[in-house]
Design a binder for this molecule. Structure first.
Ligand SMILES: Cc1cc2nc3c(=O)[nH]c(=O)nc-3n(C[C@H](O)[C@H](O)[C@H](O)COP(=O)(O)O)c2cc1C
Length: 439
């Protein structure tokens, strides 16, 4: 049986264990430069282990790609921001992060993101964008606005002020591919070991994959192959810069509730009439590249506001197991894993590595805690996005637990069980959205 503490191949790298830091937006970039700060370097270095993979927060490839997180009232008020990787200054600042991680023997991939219709034109008023001729958001596969459904509106405070996107022309598509390539070159210059293409969670590439948003009639819309075209072109462009063995991709298959036929979640209101067919095409098509890895988000319905010991996602069955046999390379799973279910999922062969989000955010020494069964710091949701060192770099290691007031809980207190979806529960029909999710 494969253990979390055995080696795994990640393209040209050999991971020394199978516990990965999932990409997590923390909205703590320098507000003037949209670059990571010294605190960012501390945060990632704290989580670095020899031969352990860290994936950065979503890092934006251009002003057009960059969201201003006005959906979070707290962040809107503070002016906190997400980082980019399109300027020299940003690139140089990322070098401090990669140096700090490498000093501890860690591996770090930069997650590259274009948010498509989620970004808003307000970014044009930012001093580093003002006066430049950078195209402004929002842009998408088609001119389909985010529908302010009850769920979207309530959960994310998304409202009618969201500007509808313009449909990308073929020239826009070529320009965006060039932006991805430049971001990849910058990532190399910044010393990253690789990049991860964020093709999940309702952002630009997902907007091309899913026909609720992609209504194009040209070679980028309609058939499954056409809707995958943009993804594959971006991957090919990134591979040309980095080499395939330094490129990862993230996808987020959707799930439907077998009882209702409704999508159990949407990301920013993105719907799809054929979620299994499109993900199958995308996953199969990615085989041609022989990438470092594919990261799949498990479509569990997470209790976004639930306390950890009440979290229902930890008991939801895995649903991506149906894709395992389609993909020939290294597969990373993310979403609702506990130390116990991560170990079970790897031992059962469902995934090769597991990316932890919230538990790694709150436990800088997560691999050590998992190895020894130490209790976990409990994550504090109110400091996930924006702010300063609190909830960012001040979570203690187990050794230093007495220096902090953060509560901790025993690993066995997490209600967790690893199940896989029964055949009858597998995704088989179409349906509109129910809940919404982001990140
Ligand atoms: C604060 C926060 C920010 C996140 N930001 C991103 C992101 O920038 N990119 C991404 O692909 N996923 C993002 N996610 C999703 C995580 O990568 C991960 O899939 C999610 O936390 C579920 O895993 P968990 O149950 O281990 O927390 C974010 C999650 C959280 C909690």
């Amino acid at each position: 049986m494969t253990s979390l503490f055995s080696k795994a191949q990640l393209g040209r790298y050999s991971a020394q264990h199978r516990i990965v830091l999932a990409p997590m937006t923390r909205i703590r970039a320098n507000r003037a430069t949209l670059a990571p700060t010294p605190l960012t370097a501390t945060y990632y270095a704290q989580r670095a282990t020899p031969g352990g993979l860290l994936i950065t927060e979503a890092t934006h490839i251009s002003p057009e790609a960059t969201p201003i997180w006005t959906i979070y009232p707290k962040v809107r008020k503070s002016g906190d921001h997400v980082p980019g990787i399109w300027t020299q200054l940003q690139t140089d600042a990322w070098r401090q992060v990669t140096d700090a991680v490498h000093a501890k023997g860690g591996l770090i991939f930069c997650q590259l993101l274009h948010t498509g219709r989620v970004a808003q034109p307000e970014i044009g008023t930012h001093p580093i964008v003002q006066g430049t001729d950078a195209p402004l958001p929002p842009i998408s596969a088609s001119a389909m606005p985010i529908v302010a459904s009850a769920e979207v509106g309530n959960q994310y405070n998304w409202d009618d002020t969201a500007v509808p996107p313009r449909a990308a022309t073929q020239a826009d598509i070529q320009r965006i591919i060039a932006d991805y390539q430049q971001a990849a070159r910058n990532a190399l210059a910044a010393g990253f070991d690789g990049i991860e293409l964020h093709a999940a969670h309702g952002y630009l590439i997902d907007q091309f994959l899913c026909d609720g948003v992609n209504q194009r009639t040209d070679s980028y819309g309609g058939t499954l192959a056409n809707r995958c075209r943009f993804l594959f072109e971006v991957v090919a462009a990134l591979v040309a810069v980095m080499g395939a063995d330094r490129v990862g991709v993230r996808l987020s298959p959707l799930a439907l509730n077998p009882a209702t036929g409704l999508q159990t979640q949407t990301y920013f209101g993105v719907t799809c009439s054929d979620p299994v067919a499109i993900q199958t095409s995308a996953i199969q098509g990615l085989n041609q590249f022989r990438l470092a890895y594919l990261l799949l988000t498990e479509p569990r319905v997470g209790g976004l506001s639930a306390a950890p010991d009440q979290e229902t996602a930890y008991t939801h069955p895995l649903r991506n197991t149906q894709y395992r046999d389609l993909y020939q390379g290294t597969l990373i799973g993310a979403g609702g894993f506990t130390p116990a279910t991560a170990a079970d999922a790897v031992a059962a062969g469902h995934y090769d590595l597991i990316a932890f989000g919230r538990w790694f955010l709150a436990n800088p020494d997560l691999p050590t805690r998992i190895k020894h069964g130490y209790p976990l710091n409990v994550y504090q949701r109110d400091t996930f996005y924006g702010g300063n060192a609190a909830g960012y770099t001040d979570y203690p290691t187990w050794e230093n637990r007495h220096q902090s007031a953060y509560p901790h809980m025993h690993q066995h207190q997490l209600r967790a069980s690893l199940q896989t979806a029964k055949p009858s529960e597998k995704i088989s029909s179409k349906g509109p959205q129910a809940n919404t999710k982001k990140d």
